[in-house]
Ligand binder design. Structure first.
Ligand code: 5RP
Length: 294
């Protein structure tokens, strides 16, 4: 039973101090509900406003990809250095220890592989995402795909509707069709379509010309995919340029797990993304860490 006297005599009303109305640090996210903002604050660091996501969901379309043949051996040692992990529910349940407590960008759409028409996808059950404590629902969106554009946009909007009911934000992942060019015009269109349809975060590719127009024309945070493995200095330079031109982070897979020393690479990427380290310095850091790890 609470003590009635102490309730009556409460004095700490701070009458001279108006209650603060905090803003929210992420672009386009200040009107979201508490659960959404809480989840986004787990994915993006409120201190730097950025994220280093580690993607290892490739197997859902490609099977055992180079560097990801044994996720228990290659990825689990990296988990502690990632801000968020992007993977399938299969790998999450079978290999990722829940004790790491990392926010999960759950691969939420699936349906085809590289052996067939990509992007012919459906989405999962939202209860499954809730059970798995997902912080983001990752859905492939194939703008410009003659067969499956409509289907993937419907998957996106349905996911957003379901996620909104449960306070889980959606990550629109822009797929690139075989005949589509990854230039600023296409990437800004694909990313903008995802944002207009309600995606809370967009994952797209970096382009060397006009990427600042992609980030400027999209009203929510953008994270870049790494794409095919590049030499380490080039991958660090790409991460640097993306952040410098307005990206809110990276969601890289192969450029980390196929690096000669993945842990050192992930640490060097973190220095670029969170501390604004120049790519040349970050590469020096990578080499030092790599030699120390031998
Ligand atoms: C596949 C994805 C992958 O997670 C993505 O491509 C990231 O990996 P990488 O950096 O290797 O490109 O979204 O649809």
């Amino acid at each position: 039973m609470p003590d009635a006297d102490s309730v009556a005599e409460g004095k700490k009303y701070g009458l001279d101090t108006p209650q603060k109305t905090e803003g929210y640090f992420l672009k386009g996210s200040c009107h979201l509900d508490w659960g959404m903002q809480d989840r986004l604050s787990r994915v993006f660091s409120p201190k730097s406003g950025k994220t280093v996501m580690l993607a290892f969901d490739h197997g859902y379309i490609m099977g055992p990809t180079t560097g990801l043949e044994r996720i228990d051996l290659t990825i689990v040692p990296l988990l502690e250095y990632a801000d968020c992990i992007m993977c399938t529910r299969g790998v999450l349940r079978s290999v990722v220890p829940p004790t790491y407590n990392k926010p999960v960008s759950l691969r939420y759409s699936a349906g085809s592989t590289i052996l067939n028409d990509l992007n012919n996808e459906c989405i999962m059950d939202i209860e499954e995402a809730v059970r798995l404590n997902a912080s983001l629902l990752a859905v492939m969106v194939a703008i410009g795909d003659k067969k499956f554009e409509g289907l993937t946009i419907r998957n996106l909007t349905e996911t957003i509707d379901l996620g909104m009911r449960h306070g889980i934000p959606t990550l629109g992942v822009t797929a690139v069709g075989k005949e589509l060019v990854r230039d600023a015009r296409y990437l800004s269109m694909a990313s903008r379509v995802c944002a207009e349809n309600g995606a809370h975060v967009i994952k797209t590719y970096f382009c060397s010309e006009g990427f600042e127009k992609v980030t400027a024309s999209v009203p929510v945070p953008i994270v870049i995919a790494g794409g095919k493995k590049l030499p380490e200095p080039d991958a660090l330079k790409m991460a640097y340029m993306a952040i410098d031109q307005g990206a809110a982070g990276v969601d890289m897979g192969r450029n980390v797990c196929q690096a000669e020393c993945p842990v050192s690479m992930l640490k060097a990427i973190r220095a670029v993304v969170h501390d604004g380290e120049k790519p040349e310095k970050a590469y020096e850091m990578y080499q030092t860490l790599k030699s120390e790890s031998k």
